[in-house]
Design a protein around this ligand. Structure first.
Ligand code: SF4
Length: 785
């Protein structure tokens, strides 16, 4: 039996692995890693290999629905009991290479499933959404409406949502759950480089002699990158790995050094490193002089006494010195950082403290060197590229820059352009709560679970006069409060592009029919825009046309002063888009007039030798001093061509400060995060019995000494309380967790386990620069239940 094969991209983490999906004649679907995709070369983790187990139609939203009012009693009473499932805590070994899995959906993918009581036609639903938004804007102004979107959207979806809000409604009130993920990295990049540019590529991880993983449980959260590093270390045992994390996570299994830093002690640690480097031969005076500004000020701020560094980091003098020595003595250093850095009230300062050390040593933009932000979501980067954040414009242009605003408005031929940054996620929901936002459209995300102060967010949404939710699932913690539900196409059902952590743009391709009446997000948004009177600007027939416009905007009047440029694709045809190979930006000079480098969606190929990735400006590559590196790799900043007007990078002066939150009433630090086999709020991964067999219910990791002091036995229930809420979870007693702290995963919702939403405990504290919430340093109390 022949199976039709489609090359596509995994919809989960920011590694962006290539996947080959096969659909057999009997409808059975299987997935395997794409051996040709440069992100994973055939590897998949447990989540990626279980994709076929998550595509059934159980629970899917298949028809538009209008509900007269949100469901009653939306706010759960806390402490009402426990409804978790049987404990099954299996081996916690990090994801190894998974074999292909075949799965036949138990629920047929047929029209007619999932019919809701409020089912209406698309015309009725879209008319109502357009009318309510138009009326609200007319009565209360453009800032009275908002879109809250998602790193799960494809770039084309993001592009039209951003265009509608910023260029036609005239507000910048569009923000995304990526605000919870990488906003601090964006802000840190922009401060240091003058652009939101990730300087690294995945090859750097294999070429480095020292990899520092700070605030990153790579083994569970970016498993294929973990596999790539583990494999490189196996081949070159001299490669050193340092993990900086309060917890001893599975990533530490390949570490030469684990620094169990205190929560938010990272700035002090890297400031101390900068001061150490300033006295060492590793300082690159030529690079600092020729390519940077602000070194003296940053160094003055970084100088902290030894005693203060020890106190702020919680590390021993010996460990600190050993770390500083290995950094000083190793030329090829990559410092990877993820949510442990970003999700902090000092997240942007942490990012800049790390970048400062790479600038001071000139270890940036060359093979095996550089700071490297690892994106959490599959398309957080793509959303950034099209201005999906409330404080950015499309194509990495800046909303505060009047020239950029005028340029984007002129390109779009838009009636208006947002004149100021919009509300970032936490502030957006505060504005919903206090009535400033009166119409809200949530796309592809579940803020009632994932936002800090989640109970207040639930109340805000419930009381909002008009709420639209586009989703693939009918009953989520958020859809229950919608006035209008719009069924969105899911992974495997839609076409578009995503960008991974190394700036690589890959196609997601459709290989399944739309179930029921589900539609692609880009089409839903364009349908509403047309009904609001903006038809000409949203007359897209397919995602290829949107991608072509996005590419054209990236090159529009881009004299090399902006980093994001894929102008070579501005004229791409639907046929070429269909067979588009993964490529990295910038790609300003792709010769569309010639032969198109392509892969066939059916798995065939076209081995055209043209490079998508060779930049022409201003990113010329400098060979590594040690030689090495592949000619095809792009390394930013090799010649110091940064994106501030003077083409120089900025050192940022950051203060080493304590962020002590615990007190007598709430004496433990709560840290939240992901587990290996679940994704976000489990709407997809929760369908796989295989994935749920890893860790089957919400839990709290507790240090054995703390457990003994609190009278908590392993696998019993514990209640964790903060001033904002409480959760009830199973105790998992482990010495991997440091004393005085607990770790609770983010995935469970009240649908899976009553009182399982850990973000209900988190206060709405944010980084003052990026607006990213501090989700990893929360004061709580822990007690037996
Ligand atoms: Fe998907 Fe990330 Fe796993 Fe790759 S590492 S298969 S992108 S979840």
């Amino acid at each position: 039996m022949m199976a039709a094969e489609t090359k596509t991209t995994c919809p989960y983490c920011g590694v962006g692995c290539g996947v080959i999906a096969s659909v057999a004649d009997d409808g059975g679907v299987s997935v395997r890693g794409d051996p040709d995709h440069p992100a994973n070369f055939g590897r998949l983790c447990s989540k990626g290999s279980a994709l076929a187990e998550t595509i059934d139609l159980d629970g899917r939203l298949l028809f538009p629905e209008i509900r007269p009012s949100p469901l009653p009693s939306p706010r759960k009473e806390r402490g009402e009991g426990y409804s978790g499932v049987t404990t099954h805590i299996s081996s916690l070994a990090p994801g190894s290479k998974e074999v292909a899995a075949t799965f036949r959906p138990p629920s047929p993918r047929v029209r007619g499933e999932g019919k809701g009581e409020g089912q209406v036609s698309w015309d009725e639903a879209l008319d109502l959404v357009a009318r309510k938004f138009s009326e609200t804007i007319a009565e209360h102004g453009p800032d009275s409406v908002a879109f809250y979107v998602s790193g799960q959207l494809l770039t084309e979806d993001y592009y039209v949502a951003n265009k509608l809000m910023k260029g036609f409604i005239g507000s910048a009130n569009i923000d995304t759950n990526s605000r919870l993920c990488m906003a601090s990295s964006v802000a840190g990049h922009r401060r240091a480089f003058g652009s939101d540019t990730v300087p690294g590529v995945y090859e750097d991880l294999e070429e480095a002699d020292l990899i520092i993983l700070t605030g990153s449980n790579l083994a569970w959260c970016h498993p294929v990158l973990y596999q790539r590093i583990a494999s490189a270390k196996e081949k070159r045992p001299a490669m050193k790995i340092v993990v900086i994390d309060p917890r001893r996570t599975m990533t530490c299994d390949i570490a030469d050094m684990h620094l169990a830093v205190r929560p938010d002690g990272d700035v002090a640690l890297f400031n101390g490193l900068l001061a150490h480097l300033a006295k060492s031969p590793a300082l690159d005076d030529d690079f600092i002089r020729e390519h940077t500004n602000g070194f003296a000020e940053a160094l003055a701020a970084a100088r902290t006494s030894e005693a203060d560094i020890i106190s702020l980091t919680g590390l021993s003098q010996g460990d600190i010195e050993a770390f500083y020595r290995v950094f000083e003595g190793t030329q090829r250093v990559v410092t990877c950082y993820s949510q442990g850095v970003n999700q902090s009230s000092s997240g942007t300062d942490k990012v800049n403290a790390i970048i400062n050390c790479h600038l001071a040593t000139g270890r940036i933009g060359r093979p095996g060197m550089g700071p490297f932000s690892l994106t959490g979501q599959p398309n957080a980067m793509g959303g950034r590229e099209v201005g999906g954040l409330a404080n950015m414009l499309a194509a990495h242009m800046e909303i505060e820059n009047p020239t950029h605003r005028e340029r984007v408005q002129r390109f779009w031929n838009a009636p208006v352009i947002a004149a100021k940054p919009g509300l970032k996620a936490v502030d957006m929901f505060k504005a919903v709560a206090d009535g400033r936002i009166k119409a809200l459209w949530i796309m592809g995300t579940n803020p009632v679970v994932s936002m800090p102060d989640a109970d207040s967010v639930a109340d805000a949404i419930r009381n909002c006069p008009f709420v639209v939710v586009s989703d693939i699932m009918r009953e989520t913690d958020t859809t229950q409060y919608a006035h209008v539900l719009l069924p969105a196409a899911g992974w495997g059902e839609k076409d578009g592009t995503v960008t991974n952590s190394e700036r690589r743009i890959s196609r997601q391709r459709q290989f399944l029919a739309h179930p029921g009446e589900a539609r692609a997000d880009w089409r839903i948004i364009c349908d509403v825009a047309r009904r609001m009177g903006f038809g000409a600007a949203f007359a897209f027939e397919n995602p290829a046309e949107i991608f072509a416009e996005h590419a054209a905007l990236s090159a529009f009047e881009n004299g090399g002063d902006r980093d994001f440029d894929i102008g070579g694709y501005a004229g791409i045809s639907p046929t070429d888009y269909d067979v588009l190979k993964p490529f990295q930006w910038p790609a300003p000079s792709f010769p569309l007039a010639g032969k198109v480098p392509a892969e066939r969606a059916d798995g065939g190929g076209d081995d055209c030798a043209l490079s998508f990735t060779t930049p022409t400006r201003p990113l010329a590559r400098t060979p590594s001093p040690q030689g090495g590196g592949k000619a095809s790799a792009i390394r930013f900043f090799a010649n110091g061509n940064f994106y501030h007007p003077d083409r120089k990078a900025r050192f940022i002066a950051v203060e080493s400060m304590a962020t002590e939150r615990v007190n007598l009433a709430y004496p433990s630090v709560l840290n939240t995060g992901r587990i290996r086999d679940q994704w976000h709020t489990m709407t997809r991964t929760g369908k796989s019995a295989r994935l749920s067999s890893h860790l089957a219910e919400p839990f709290a990791e507790i240090n054995p000494d703390d457990a003994a002091a609190l009278g908590i036995a392993d696998a019993t229930l514990v209640q964790i309380t903060s001033p904002h809420g409480k959760v009830l979870v199973r105790a998992l007693i482990t010495s991997r967790q440091p004393r005085g702290s607990v770790f609770v995963p983010i995935h469970w919702t009240d649908q899976y386990a009553s009182n399982g939403r850990v973000d209900a405990l988190v206060p709405p504290v944010t980084d003052p620069v990026s607006g990213q919430p501090a989700l990893k340093n929360v004061a709580v109390s822990v007690e037996p239940y």
